[in-house]
Design a protein around this ligand. Structure first.
Ligand code: DC
Length: 216
């Protein structure tokens, strides 16, 4: 698959930031697959059902797209901007639950693949983009960073939103999440076959971008 870059990696590795800057640099579209799992969680909460069939009916024929507004990609579903709603903590928890369900993952796979158009180009950001959703991608990145660095980045992000979080708590919650992501039965987080591993612990964003642009 040409004009497609998959970026997988653990939470806090910088996937979202790198995906956004790459999309801007190349003029390609973006697929934030985590946002789609959050959307599924939102739909499930609205209809008070968790079975894939009911969720599938709600998803059917609805327009879903990402749009850059200011410096942030917004997710639109059926004409509504759902960006703020899907970022709510309880939606994140529900998304994580639903992401363990193979039927939900199967349901969402076609939607994810429909974001790819070789003429427009796509940066696909997630946990299983290079391994399950787009195994044919020619450029696959696995972005990693030490747990201390990832916690530090998360702390800065939260601080910008006015939240103070203890470093030790952040590290332990990232460790928990890593363990769950890497050991789950369905689509565990792993280095996809053929992926280029980039450890961003001691790299600036520009250095990471340059490494990826070298592959493009
Ligand atoms: O990256 P995020 O926090 O927005 O992702 C929301 C949830 O979806 C999170 O629990 C991880 C899960 N997810 C997944 O299982 N596979 C993906 N490709 C993307 C996200």
């Amino acid at each position: 698959m040409d004009n497609l870059i998959t970026i997988d990696g653990p939470g806090g590795s910088g996937k979202g930031t790198v995906a956004k800057l790459l999309a801007a640099k190349l003029g390609w579209n973006i697929l934030d697959s985590g946002a789609l799992y959050r959307l599924i969680a939102l739909i499930s909460e609205n209809i008070k059902e968790t079975d894939p069939d009911s969720i599938g009916i709600e998803l059917k024929d609805k327009n879903i797209f990402f749009k850059l507004i200011g410096d942030q990609y917004h997710l639109f579903f059926d004409g509504k901007d759902v960006t703020d709603t899907i970022r709510r903590e309880e939606i994140g928890i529900k998304a994580s639950d639903l992401a363990h369900n193979q039927n939900i993952r199967d349901l969402i796979k076609d939607t994810q693949r429909s974001f790819y158009d070789p003429n427009t180009g796509l940066i696909a950001d997630g946990r299983d983009m290079g391994s399950v959703v787009f195994p044919e991608a020619k450029i696959k990145i696995y972005l990693d960073a030490s747990i201390e660095e990832r916690a530090k980045r998360r702390q800065i992000q939260l601080k910008e939103k006015g939240m103070e979080v203890n470093m030790r708590n952040l590290i332990s919650s990232l460790e928990d999440r890593d363990l769950k992501d890497k050991n789950r039965d369905v689509s565990p987080l792993l280095i996809p076959e053929g992926a280029k591993v980039i450890d961003s612990t001691n790299l600036s964003i520009d250095e990471v971008l340059n490494k990826i642009m070298d592959l493009v």
